[in-house]
Design a protein around this ligand. Structure first.
Ligand SMILES: [Zn+2]
Length: 94
């Protein structure tokens, strides 16, 4: 018999420009909106609880759009434009 139980039960708040998804909000605006929501929620929370605004970070190349990867020395791997830019910056740092 297949048995099913709920695991990892948690409160999760998701947000993504909920009032108009066609408007693309800047990172700054999204964080400001979340700070506002956080303060609104905090007013109704016991002091023993806390919340944190968190995000994942994605690194991409501005030239080719691929995910940013570096070899051991720090040089990017995705495309010549990125490699050339890195070489120029490294020369200037010497
Ligand atoms: Zn690239």
């Amino acid at each position: 018999m297949k048995t099913t139980k709920k695991e990892n039960i948690r409160l999760e708040i998701t947000y993504g420009g909920y009032y108009n998804r066609s408007i693309r909000l800047t990172e700054e605006t999204q964080i400001q909106d979340l700070e506002y929501l956080k303060n609104e929620i905090k007013d109704h929370m016991p002091d023993t609880l806390d919340m944190e605004i968190v995000w994942d970070v994605e690194h991409t190349c501005s030239f080719c759009g691929y995910g940013w990867e570096e070899e051991e020395g720090g040089s990017p791997l995705c495309c010549n434009e990125a490699i050339e830019e890195w070489k120029k910056q490294n020369e200037n740092n010497k």
